[in-house]
Design a protein around this ligand. Structure first.
Ligand SMILES: [Mn+2]
Length: 319
């Protein structure tokens, strides 16, 4: 019996389901929320997407008429939670503590299966790819809004089908979306990636000017401070995708992007090849992630940039 058919049997029509995702959501996070909420609604199950205020503007356009609720309006709500694309409970907004997790669907390695029902497949490019595969198995008729959202997730987590996580199934899933609906891929690319603001471009220019190469030019390191965001009239979510530029430099194998906030430091790590598992280094700094794309957040008083570069350099030395 397909996984979603078993789950459908266990859903209660009296219960509202809150479909949530990780903080600082990306296209895969929001795309899977939208699609899964619409899937549940198509089964006549009450479900809404739980949004946080930090949802980037370009992703908001994917929502259309999908039922949504903002996190701050969740107080005293009864119901069950569905977590999508969440590596673990620390990545979920803290205000969910009183509700139980009914379902957890994710593609992060080491997901601790924190819900009653778990579907974790770390060999999938994205949670959206998992969902498309699951929806195919139960022959769900995608509506165009769900299909757009799922396509957005596929292209976000694969860098437009360019990362090492792309498989034959990834393309089969994309093809399936196109076969089932009148989806026009270029319009989604435009809606997601061609919506930059001028301040964002100024921030990108600053980001590029900060690239420093070390470890025999194999590591690119970029640092931005709170002041840089103030100066360019931007916010942290405006840096989405910037780190990919650093990885395009010849000979660079790993890119590290460090954002200094008032009390904490946020690190994003990317590697060009799967044998350079940057999630190992992210874990040393309290973070997590995929083999080629991971991150961490730690106290600014304990963060040591030199230690980070050393850890990344030893990854390269071991390879
Ligand atoms: Mn994802």
């Amino acid at each position: 019996m397909p996984f979603l058919a078993t789950i459908a049997d266990k859903l209660q029509s009296s219960m509202p389901y809150y479909v949530c995702t990780h903080v600082r959501p990306d296209g895969d996070a929001v795309g899977s929320q939208i699609a899964f909420t619409r899937y549940l609604n198509s089964l006549k199950i009450k479900a809404v997407c739980v949004l946080t205020r930090d949802i980037p503007h370009n992703l908001q356009t994917l929502i259309k008429d999908t039922p949504c609720i903002y996190l701050e309006d969740m107080k005293d709500k009864a119901g069950a939670l569905i977590a999508l694309d969440c590596a673990d409970l620390t990545r979920l907004p803290a205000s969910f503590k009183n509700l139980t997790y009914f379902l957890n669907i994710d593609h992060h390695p080491n997901n601790p299966n924190f819900a009653k029902h778990n579907y974790v497949q770390d060999d999938f490019s994205s949670t959206c790819e998992i969902l498309i595969t699951l929806f195919k198995a139960v022959c769900w008729n995608f509506d165009p809004i769900a299909a757009q959202a799922l396509y957005a997730g596929l292209i976000t987590d694969t860098g437009n089908f360019s990362h090492s996580n792309v498989s034959a199934n990834t393309f089969a899933c994309a093809a399936h979306l196109l076969q089932c609906t009148h989806l026009k891929p270029y319009t989604i690319v435009q809606a997601l990636f061609e919506q930059k603001t001028l301040p964002q471009m100024r921030l990108l220019s600053l980001f590029l000017s900060r690239i420093q190469l070390c470890c025999n030019e194999q590591i690119a390191c970029i640092e931005l401070t709170q002041d840089d965001y103030v100066k360019t009239n931007t916010q942290h979510s405006d840096t989405e995708g910037f780190i990919a530029h650093a990885l395009t430099i010849q000979n660079v194998k790993i890119a590290a992007f460090i954002e200094y906030n008032e009390n904490f430091v946020k690190g994003s790590l990317r590697s060009k090849e799967p044998h350079l598992a940057v999630n190992q280094v992210a874990r040393q700094f309290g973070g997590f992630g995929h083999i080629c794309a991971a991150g961490f957040q730690c106290d600014s008083r304990t963060f040591n940039r030199h230690q980070l570069i050393q850890a990344l350099a030893s990854l390269i030395a071991q390879s």
